[in-house]
Design a protein. Structure first.
Length: 223
């Protein structure tokens, strides 16, 4: 079941969308705490986001930028601010589609279905890594274990992906740092230790205690 997060200040619109999309068997949630939109995004780990531009505290462009730092999840902007400048800005900031308010529910549903189909249907099998019941989704940088889902940061994702691709084999610290270096982010030895420690704690929170094992003086392994 695809998860859809609605980031919409108008509660009536948010509830109407949620009710309509729920009838299409989507798992839908709408944001209620507009100071912490990214936190709700990370906790829910949606497959698609419907994002208004005019929001309390920070606008939709801000939250789109924050989401794009860690995720390629499809984002559809929905807004009455539909002049060419805002449409162009929405796409340039990382949006995939723009739907003008007021909109027809059937039209926006069709756009959602098409975008989900393009993003996931043909890539679902090749874009996951599975090991002992742990599934890493490469499309949206999330990991799932026993129905618990965790949204990963950029470095979390790169470290976990490398270790899961080499499950059963030790990956040296140098290899991990080199992989991160390729992204133009220099990670020194101590910073790597901190990153792995932080990732371990997050994995423990979803039930994966000791999933990453340290091989002292060598590197790390997922057994």
């Amino acid at each position: 079941m695809y998860r859809i997060l609605i980031v919409e200040d108008d509660v009536t619109i948010a509830k109407t969308l949620a009710g309509h999309l729920g009838r299409w068997d989507y798992d839908v949630r709408y944001v209620t705490d507009f100071k912490n939109v990214y936190r709700e995004f990370a906790e829910f780990a949606p497959h698609l986001v419907l994002m208004d531009i005019a929001l309390p505290f920070f606008n939709g462009y801000h939250w789109c930028t924050e989401i794009r730092k860690t995720s390629k999840v499809p984002i559809i902007f929905i807004s009455s601010m539909s002049d060419n400048m805002n449409i162009v800005m929405a796409i340039n900031m990382g949006g995939d589609e723009f739907v003008e308010k007021p909109f027809d529910l059937n039209v926006i549903t069709a756009k959602i279905q098409a975008l989900l189909r393009r993003t996931y249907t043909f890539q679902e099998v090749s874009n996951t890594i599975e090991h002992k019941g742990v599934v890493l989704y490469l499309n949206d940088a999330t990991v799932v274990y026993k129905e618990n889902r965790l949204a990963l940061t950029k470095n979390d994702y790169r470290i976990l992906k490398l270790l899961m691709e080499n499950a059963g084999n030790i990956v040296s610290r140098d290899e991990i740092m080199t992989k991160l270096w390729e992204s133009n982010e220099f990670i020194d030895d101590n910073t790597l230790t901190v990153n792995v420690g932080r990732l371990r704690k997050k994995l423990e929170d979803i039930g994966l205690k000791d999933f990453i094992v340290t091989k002292k003086g060598i590197g790390y392994i997922i057994q």
